[in-house]
Design a protein around this ligand. Structure first.
Ligand SMILES: [Zn+2]
Ligand SMILES: [Zn+2]
Length: 258
């Protein structure tokens, strides 16, 4: 069998070819029928996972707890539908967690749709150690203790500050952006950490290609609600006085990966 993935059967939904690929990986017809009973075709070839609330994680990832038994059933307590799809139709699923319990790999939906299980839309990425900031009480305490909450220059209680700036009182880098030295993990950008904790790691995007622009224009602010994910390199342009938003510039920056 060829090792390169041919997306055509999955875009045209050529059931015969799709089942053939899966049969070669010991997936049974009962499993495939149960899987496709929960799939609804959507625009741009997305395969949307459907069903009750229990078939989704709280952040919208598809779950497949009703997968019938068989050698190809994922050997985990609760198999997610997109990981199942990747294993059945593409193979070579990396372990989700390493021996140390930290995430090792993840699947991203390149279409941006977290409920999509089309294997042609899934990309497997290795999580580098540096991308992982576990939300431990110690880390949380270290970071939250260096924030004051301010609305129009006046301090407010955290509970009253959903829209206030979270002003970082710790160290900042040469450009004025907050960083923190986390024991055992090294130097990290605080805006990326609060964004990851309170909004969620951006699916399909990585900090290599993207950065956070502080909409409130306070570099020392780490309130994730004030952030916008922008292509890497654009933040310093946006900080210039008189910056005008331009779709052409966006496209050019994204293409060049600046
Ligand atoms: Zn999709
Ligand atoms: Zn702010």
């Amino acid at each position: 069998m060829s090792t390169t993935f041919d997306p055509r059967p999955f875009l045209k939904v050529d059931k015969k070819k799709i089942y053939k690929v899966a049969h070669a990986r010991k997936v049974t017809d009962a499993q495939l029928d149960a899987f496709f009973a929960q799939v609804r075709k959507a625009p741009r070839h997305c395969w949307l996972w459907t069903g009750e609330k229990r078939f989704f994680t709280k952040d919208g990832l598809p779950l497949f707890p009703t997968c019938p038994p068989g050698p190809a059933r994922l050997d985990v307590t609760v198999p997610t539908a997109h990981r199942t799809s990747y294993a059945w139709f593409r193979g070579m699923l990396l372990p989700y967690r390493g021996a140390d319990g930290l995430p090792l790999s993840k699947l991203v939906q390149l279409c941006g749709n977290r409920a999509c299980v089309n294997p042609a839309h899934l990309k497997q990425v290795r999580i580098k150690d540096k991308d992982v900031v576990p939300k431990t009480a110690a880390h949380e305490g270290l970071i939250l203790s260096q924030i004051t909450y301010e609305e129009d220059g006046f301090r407010v209680a955290p509970a009253d500050a959903p829209t206030a700036c979270w002003r970082w009182r710790g160290k900042v880098n040469a450009q004025g952006y907050p960083y923190v030295d986390l024991p055992g993990l090294g130097r990290r950008a605080v805006d990326e950490i609060t964004f990851d904790w309170f909004v969620g790691y951006p699916i399909g995007k990585s900090w290599i290609d993207y950065q956070l622009y502080h909409r409130c224009r306070h570099k020392a602010c780490v309130n994730p609600k004030h952030f916008e994910l922008v292509p890497f390199g654009r933040r310093k342009l946006m900080d210039r006085p008189g910056y005008v938003e331009s779709p052409q510039l966006d496209a050019a920056l994204t293409e060049k990966g600046v």
